[in-house]
Design a protein around this ligand. Structure first.
Ligand code: ADP
Length: 267
């Protein structure tokens, strides 16, 4: 039950009584749960055939079907790209449902930050090269440790770095740097790309939100990445945000708890 209420006064300000409103939201909850289960089941069922489609495409591209004309390889390449996009969308949908229903377990531990950021940069390099954009990691102390789930932190970094590359101009650089603020470490991904108007910024972290411009539409995506990143960072005890202006690039940052020394800082 959702309840709200308050005192009632007459025109002279004299207390006349109280009003209480109660709203039964059982049905709304049940519908939400059904929707969640539906998304989880459908996504799961779609994953299995997609895995075998992408396996078959990879085998054909690897030469399993004998020599193939150039046009055939090109078409298989298109099929492979789109299969990967579908797989990414399904994984995002599954993640958001699991996060919302509290079914995504996190493996929190003390992690050194430098190798994590190096891995993130390395694995996003090929994607950045597609847009002719370079990724730069500013020097940081190898001593910095934070408390997080390493794989989930990499997922957040993948999202921020791929967005930064997608919305950059050819020839731009994307800079990753860190600073310690009180008992947290702030990681920043700064690009020189199209930027985001102030009035759009509060909605960026909502599900399925995409800035309604031609770049977002042209460059694809689902509008789920930032919503997932926000849930993940918050569940790891941190916060996430953006500083930007239209046309002036964007700086996406997140903060996570710093680990002073491994034995003292485990939650
Ligand atoms: P997706 O990238 O799949 O569309 P996200 O949730 O990651 O979904 O991002 C939502 C939207 O936020 C993007 O579609 C884009 O409009 C905007 N956005 C995200 N990152 C940037 C960035 N670095 N520069 C400009 N716009 C961005």
């Amino acid at each position: 039950l959702l309840t709200s209420g308050g005192p009632l006064y007459d025109a002279e300000g004299r207390f006349k009584g109280a009003m209480i409103a109660m709203l039964d939201i059982t049905e709304r909850r049940q519908i939400e749960q059904m929707k969640g289960r539906f998304i989880a089941t459908v996504s799961h069922e779609l994953r299995t055939p997609l895995t075998s489609i992408s396996g078959a495409i990879a085998l054909l591209l690897g030469g399993a079907g004998g020599d193939m004309p150039e046009a055939g390889r090109r078409m298989l390449g298109i099929a492979q790209d789109n299969t990967q996009r579908l797989q990414a969308l399904i994984n995002d949908l599954l993640d958001i449902e699991r996060l919302e229903s509290g079914l995504l377990p996190l493996k929190l531990g003390v992690q050194p930050l430098l190798p994590l950021l190096q891995r993130a940069i390395e694995s996003n390099q090929p994607y950045a090269e597609r847009f002719n954009v370079s990724l730069v990691l500013q020097p940081l102390s190898a001593e910095l440790h934070l408390i997080c789930d390493a794989e989930r932190l990499l997922q957040v970094m993948d999202n921020l770095l791929s967005n930064a590359a997608k919305f950059s101009h050819a020839g731009d650089s994307i800079v990753v740097d860190c600073r310690v603020i009180d008992d947290q470490v702030q990681v920043q991904v700064t690009d020189q790309g199209v930027g985001i108007a102030i009035e759009q910024q509060s909605r960026l972290f909502q599900r399925f939100f995409q800035v309604d411009d031609s770049t977002s539409r042209k460059r694809g995506g689902t509008g789920l990445g930032l919503a997932i990143s926000k849930e993940l960072v918050e569940r790891m005890g941190g916060s996430i945000g953006v500083d930007s202006q239209a046309g002036q690039g964007a700086c996406f940052w997140f903060r996570l708890p710093l680990a002073g020394s491994p034995d003292r800082s485990m939650p």
